[in-house]
Design a protein around this ligand. Sequence first.
Ligand SMILES: NC(=O)C1=CN([C@@H]2O[C@H](COP(=O)(O)OP(=O)(O)OC[C@H]3O[C@@H](n4cnc5c(N)ncnc54)[C@H](O)[C@@H]3O)[C@@H](O)[C@H]2O)C=CC1
Ligand SMILES: O=C(CO)COP(=O)(O)O
Length: 367
Amino acid sequence: MRSLFPLYSSSSLFSNFSSSPYNSFISSLPLLFSSSHFSPFLSMAPAFEQVPVPQEGETGTETATPHNTNTGNNGGNDGQVGYKSRVTVVGSGNWGSVAAKLIASNTLKLNSFHDEVRMWVFEETLLSGEKLTDVINRTNENVKYLPGIKLGKNVIADPDIHNAVKDANMLVFVIPHQFMDGICKSLIDKVRGDAEAISLIKGMEVKMEGPCMISTLISEQLGINCSVLMGANIANEIAVEKFSEATVGYRDNREIAEQWVQLFSTPYFMVTPVQDVEGVELCGTLKNVVALAAGFVDGLDMGNNTKGVSTAREVYEVLSHRGWLELFPLFATVHEICIGRLPPSAIVEYSEKKPRLSLLEDSTRCH
Ligand SMILES: NC(=O)C1=CN([C@@H]2O[C@H](COP(=O)(O)OP(=O)(O)OC[C@H]3O[C@@H](n4cnc5c(N)ncnc54)[C@H](O)[C@@H]3O)[C@@H](O)[C@H]2O)C=CC1
Ligand SMILES: O=C(CO)COP(=O)(O)O
């Protein structure tokens, strides 16, 4: 599992994870199979390319082209010379605030974006009696969810979700997944027809009819394209500019992927695009299932060897039950070697197994 989720994050559940021989073996695999030592998600993903990170003082392209071809509210800017994209972050928790900080540092450098980054805040009254939104706009700090970190003066907190999204053509969704169904319903016909979305949300909407990926929920309810950004990321560490990496999963528009990469990339946050929304989103989501199993093992004080075995077995059984093993050939091969089902030489044949993404088609439709 370490090969898929090496920087394990939620509550530091994978601390000291590489101490067993099993995990030492596993942890060496990304170096063999990934195209970048810092791209764990890519060890099981299709082709990718690096996009240049915006540098201090650098400007982007002069004009940004509107994205979706949907008709609808488009803010009236389509096709105009000098058109600039507007970004709104829907969510202002721990990760939402860090996402706004990253993006705000880049919109100042990229000519194709308005400087201002609007951040929708689920309004709360603080113990001081002040509204959270007012405090964020006065101090430039989210004192509740990201205290001590300046977001950038160009981050504007807005408690009115409809006002926050109405002019944006780039929407970043980053709220706990359980609120997304309601948020999407409230945004129907309120977002621009040409808006592009990206989801940073880990998890799935599980309905009686079956699971629905969050990117699918957004796309289907709002009628807009949705990419994803996932990684083994701890918001607080990225906030203090410790190095981390993430993957943008995009569907078919490479230009959109490049814009998302430019918006999020900093020298301490390396972002790589991969043309696979579901694969990237599943990696991010399943990682947290593994986190729970690892946390249980920690709580029971069973040790790192048990953690490596139990978490890998959990994931293997879930994938096997769903008939998805062929979609995760690296993980499946390594696990089967580790449990003695395959000889170590099987790893050589791994690269010949291609993920069959068509298997996922049924699971990416919301019912
Ligand atoms: N915190 C992290 O390090 C990372 C978080 N994520 C993902 O990002 C997403 C957001 O997580 P965080 O920013 O950490 O959340 P958080 O737990 O810090 O914040 C929760 C947010 O939800 C808002 N909220 C509360 N009730 C609400 C309601 N009824 N409707 C709408 N919003 C409501 C709160 O005001 C707050 O802004 C999650 O899907 C998480 O898995 C992904 C990577 C890293
Ligand atoms: O995935 C995460 C860190 O990588 C955090 O997810 P949660 O905030 O849902 O625990």
